[in-house]
Design a protein around this ligand. Structure first.
Ligand code: ZN
Length: 269
């Protein structure tokens, strides 16, 4: 069984034909569980509802770096932290995120991104719930904050990993996991394949980041959780192990990191 460790099911695309059909197609391919990720306050209720509607769906809540400015302008930070805590109290809320830094698009000012990322790290430590980290063109500051604020104790994953070998090594040093997306299958992703080939098997997760970033042979289409099969296949080939082995290991890693999933394992395995 595979787990899609990062998707956005609330972005409900017409191409999906509804959540039930989407999940059914994934089951048929051996994809048995899903982590749907909340990126803004508007998402929170919907990700929780999806998790409550299907045994196999889990959720996370956090503020994406793109949303930092808008969120801080419209809502006091103390209230936001309390709101996150209330959602994270739910048995199927398995992670905080996505959070992090995006200096590539810089849709929010850097200082506001850092401010919220720091708060998410602190909350992760306080509640002992792992972080889902988004980082783009901000490797050094991402690692600095995770190290300094996280005090070497914070758990989490670098989602949709597309960074340097340096980022990979620093993340592993901090005990973090590396999540591989459809980018791994792209023709021009030689550098990424080189870096991922060096990640130990016990630190890898797979994700679609659906509806974005469909893997080859679906590139350019709307992505969906069933396509995580293609990512696992590419990863198995890169690591020189069987597809079954990659499925088993990435699922184990996922349940280990997002440990609240374990309470439900009898229902989706
Ligand atoms: Zn995402």
């Amino acid at each position: 069984m595979l787990i899609d460790s990062h998707c956005h099911l609330t972005y409900d695309k017409p191409e999906w034909g509804g959540l039930d059909a989407l999940i059914k197609r994934a089951y048929e391919k051996g994809v048995g569980a899903f982590l749907t990720v909340g990126c803004s306050r508007e998402d929170f209720k919907a990700v929780r509802e999806d998790a409550e509607s299907h045994n196999s769906i889990f959720f996370s809540v956090g503020i994406h770096p793109h949303e930092a400015e808008k969120t801080l302008k419209s809502f006091p930070k103390d209230s936001l932290i309390q709101e996150l805590k209330d959602y994270l109290d739910h048995p199927k809320a398995v992670a905080i995120g996505e959070t992090g830094l995006d200096y590539y698009y810089e849709h929010s000012p850097k200082n506001e991104q850092r401010d919220l990322f720091q708060s998410h790290i602190e909350l992760s430590l306080e509640l002992d719930i792992p972080l889902i980290v988004h980082t783009r063109d901000a490797e050094k500051e991402t690692i600095e904050l995770l190290r300094d604020v996280g005090q070497g104790r914070v758990k989490g994953v670098i989602h949709c990993f597309s960074g340097s070998e340096w980022l990979m090594k620093e993340s592993l040093d901090l005990g973090l996991y590396i999540s591989v997306s459809g980018i791994l299958t792209f023709k021009k992703a030689e550098d990424l394949r080189h870096v991922v080939s060096k990640v130990p098997l016990d630190r890898l997760l797979v994700e679609t980041d659906a509806p974005y970033l469909a893997p080859i042979p679906y590139r350019g289409k709307v992505n969906e959780p069933s396509y995580v099969v293609e990512i696992a296949r590419a990863l198995a080939e890169l690591k020189g192990v069987s597809y079954e082995k990659i499925s088993q290991l990435t699922t184990e890693n996922c349940k280990k990191l997002f440990s609240k999933m374990g309470n439900f394992s009898h229902e989706f395995s």
